[in-house]
Design a protein. Structure first.
Lengths: 143, 98
């Protein structure tokens, strides 16, 4: 190992903790199926729950902007993930709620085609899921 | 389309703090001709304390709009929202609860 490469390596090692401040689960976001994404999030095989509320249009005319509002009434909810089953990469986002935040989020997502949308909540370390089908008239992933 | 400014509005509603935030960002997917350019992390802080940490992917719509709800809170609370994208660009907005 040359002196230069040692310095570069040291630089990389020192830069690493800074990058770690903003964690992003590359495996989960790169997963091509909702099941694989959930496995990467440590939320495989979630139990169905009626305490997860999904507000979304039944039919979205424009797949580029589909409004989805989700909230969890499960006590001890710490995170919530939105997965669009038929998107090329199903995981759209994952929200971690710390002390002081309510388990609620409203967001706009892109949908390539009509699909089931899963909302997976982790509460007390256990995963729960609710699913809603949203029909899309014009897909919004390419272009 | 380039990255632009953010807008944020925080109000007290029903005893809680509603935070609406708009981010000007192309949010392009790998399939688009512009190539992959999307926000990865969003952080919401209330009086300097992190309350929501989000990881988002390319499926979030262009010019993302998020609506968060914080427990309680009061007029004058400081709210800050920031983002980091896959090209290392960042932006931040702050304001007080009205």
């Amino acid at each position: 190992m040359t002196r230069r490469s040692l310095l570069v390596l040291l630089g990389v090692l020192l830069a690493k903790p800074l990058a770690a401040l903003a964690a992003w689960n590359e495996t989960a976001f790169g997963a091509k199926s909702a099941a694989d994404a959930l496995k990467s999030l440590g939320a495989a095989s979630p139990a169905p729950s009626t305490d997860i509320v999904i507000e979304a249009p039944q039919i979205a005319e424009n797949g580029a902007v589909v409004p989805i509002e989700v909230s969890s009434n499960i006590p001890g909810t710490t995170s919530l993930a939105v997965l669009i089953e038929k998107n090329p990469f199903p995981l759209a986002g994952r929200f971690e709620f710390k002390e002081g935040a309510l388990p609620f989020v409203k967001l706009n997502v892109k949908m390539g085609e009509s699909s089931d949308v899963h909302v997976v909540v982790v509460a007390g370390g256990k995963p729960y899921v609710a699913t809603r089908e949203i029909k899309v008239t014009i897909g919004g992933c390419g272009g | 389309m380039a990255v632009g400014p953010m807008k944020m509005r925080a109000t007290i509603a029903g005893g809680n703090t509603d935070v609406r935030v708009l981010m000007v960002h192309p949010m392009t997917t790998a399939q688009m001709k512009e190539g992959l350019h999307h926000i990865k992390n969003v952080v919401v802080k209330q009086n300097g304390r992190t309350v929501v940490e989000a990881e988002i992917g390319q499926a979030i719509s262009r010019n993302p709009v998020f609506f968060f709800r914080l427990k309680g809170g009061a007029k004058g609370d400081k709210i800050e929202v920031s983002w980091l994208d896959n090209k290392g660009e960042t932006n931040k907005v702050d304001g007080v609860v009205a």
